[in-house]
Design a protein around this ligand. Structure first.
Ligand SMILES: C[S@@+](CC[C@H](N)C(=O)[O-])C[C@H]1O[C@@H](n2cnc3c(N)ncnc32)[C@H](O)[C@@H]1O
Length: 348
C-alpha cells in the first residue's frame, strides 16, 4: 500500500523502510508481484508450478502433469498457469527460457560424459581464489582472467541451479532491451533491471566470508558462456552482467518455501521491491508468499518514524547464535535494538 512508508537511509544498515503514518497490526504494507530472477531447484521442478509456485504435494499429488510442449523443463499446476507463463516467456515466437534450459541440459550431459571428475584449478594460476583477505583489486583480476581463459568444468547441482537463476534475469534484461515491455510486465517482475542494479551489491563481502565461492562463480560463468543461446551471447561476452547478478543474489534473495519459512525450501528468488526491508531480531513485519507474490504485513501496531523490519533468520535463537548466523550467511553485524540490549546485559 503506497503512502504508508518511505525508503530512506538508516544509521548503520544502508537504506531501510520507515513508517510515515500510524499503521495497525495486520496491515498489508507491500506486495512484490513476482520475482525478477528465480529458480526452482532441479529436484523440485516437476513438483512446483513454474508460474504460481504451487507445490504438488499440497494437492495430494506427487508431480504436476502440464508442461510446455517440446523444450520441456517447466511444469505447471494447470492450463491457466501455463498460458500466463507462455505469455510472459515467449517473445516473437521464441521460448527463450525453454531454449536456454535445453542448452544447459545438453552441455551438462556432455560434460558428465566427457569430463568425469571435476578439477578445481584457477583460470589463472597466479591468482589465489580462496582467500578471506580478498581485495576488490584481486577479485576484479580473477574475473577479468576468466574472460580470457574459459575453463569449462562439470557443475554441481547447486551450480546448475545458479545457472538457471541467472538465466531468468538475463532473459528479463533481454526482453527489456529488445521489446520494451509494458508497465504491467515490470509490475509482474517487481521492478526492472535498473531497479535490480540499485539493490545492495554484496560481492566482496560474500567472497571474503565464503572464499571457496569465487571458484564456483567462475565455473558458473564459464559454463554460461558455453551454454548460452546465440541471442543472449552479448550478455556473457564480459563477466559484468554475471557479476552484477551474483552480487545482488547474495543478501537480497528470498527463499521460496512451501508457504511459510519453516516448510520445505524449493528454490530462491529476487523480489526487487521487497528487498529494502532490513532485518530486526524483534521484527514488526512478516512476509508471506501467495502464489508468485511476496506480501509484507505488519505484526503489531507501528508508529510514524519507526523502521519496518522483517527477520532474515530464526529469532528464537540466543543473541550469540543470531549474530553468528547473520554474519555467516548475511555478512553483516546486526545493529538492531534487541541485539544491543542483549549484548549490554551479557556484558554486565
Ligand atoms: C536485503 S538488504 C536490505 C536493504 C539494504 N539496507 C539496502 O540499503 O539495500 C540486506 C542488507 O541490509 C543491511 N542490514 C539489514 N538489516 C540490518 C541490521 N539489522 N543491521 C545492520 N545491517 C543490516 C545489511 O547490509 C544487509 O546485507
Amino acid at each position: 500500500m503506497c503512502g504508508l512508508y518511505v525508503i530512506k537511509p538508516t544509521l548503520c544498515g544502508g537504506r531501510g523502510v520507515f513508517a510515515t503514518h500510524p499503521i495497525s497490526k495486520g496491515t498489508l504494507l507491500h506486495t512484490s508481484h513476482g520475482p525478477y530472477a528465480s529458480v526452482i531447484y532441479r529436484e523440485y521442478r516437476k513438483e512446483v508450478c513454474a508460474q504460481c509456485f504451487a507445490y504438488a504435494f499440497d494437492s495430494k499429488r506427487s508431480t504436476w502433469s502440464v508442461k510446455v510442449e517440446r523444450l520441456a523443463g517447466f511444469w505447471f499446476c494447470g492450463e491457466d498457469c501455463r498460458s500466463v507463463w507462455v505469455r510472459r516467456h515467449v517473445w516473437a515466437g521464441v521460448n527463450l527460457a525453454g531454449q536456454m534450459q535445453a542448452s544447459v541440459n545438453k552441455l551438462d550431459k556432455t560434460l558428465k560424459k566427457t569430463k568425469g571428475a571435476r578439477t578445481t584449478s584457477s583460470p589463472n594460476p597466479s591468482i589465489n581464489l580462496g582467500s578471506c583477505n580478498m581485495t576488490q583489486e584481486s577479485l576484479d583480476l580473477a574475473w577479468r582472467a576468466a574472460e580470457r581463459h574459459t575453463l569449462l568444468e562439470q557443475l554441481s547441482d547447486l551450480e546448475l541451479d545458479m545457472v538457471r537463476f541467472l538465466t531468468t534475469a538475463m532473459i528479463n534484461r533481454y526482453v527489456e532491451d529488445v521489446y520494451q515491455p509494458s508497465p504491467q510486465d515490470y509490475h509482474a517482475l517487481s521492478g526492472n533491471w535498473t531497479g535490480l542494479m540499485k539493490l545492495q551489491n554484496n560481492e566482496l563481502d560474500y567472497v571474503r566470508s565464503k572464499p571457496h565461492i569465487l571458484a564456483s562463480h567462475l565455473r558458473v560463468y564459464a559454463f554460461m558462456r558455453s551454454a548460452v543461446i546465440p541471442i543472449l551471447r552479448p550478455y556473457v561476452e564480459t563477466t559484468d552482467m554475471i557479476r552484477q547478478l551474483l552480487g545482488r543474489d547474495q543478501g537480497n534473495s528470498f527463499g521460496l518455501y512451501e508457504v511459510l519459512d519453516d516448510n520445505e525450501m524449493f528454490g530462491y528468488a529476487i523480489y526487487i521491491s521487497g528487498s529494502y526491508f532490513n532485518h530486526s531480531c524483534s521484527p514488526n513485519v512478516r512476509k508471506e508468499r501467495a502464489g508468485r507474490e511476496m506480501r509484507f504485513f505488519t505484526t503489531r501496531d507501528v508508529q510514524p518514524g519507526e523502521e519496518l523490519c522483517t527477520n532474515y533468520i530464526d529469532i528464537n535463537d540466543g543473541v550469540k547464535d543470531r549474530r553468528d548466523n547473520l554474519s555467516k550467511d548475511w555478512y553483516f553485524d546486526c545493529a538492531c535494538q534487541r541485539c544491543e540490549w542483549e549484548l549490554e546485559s551479557l556484558a554486565m
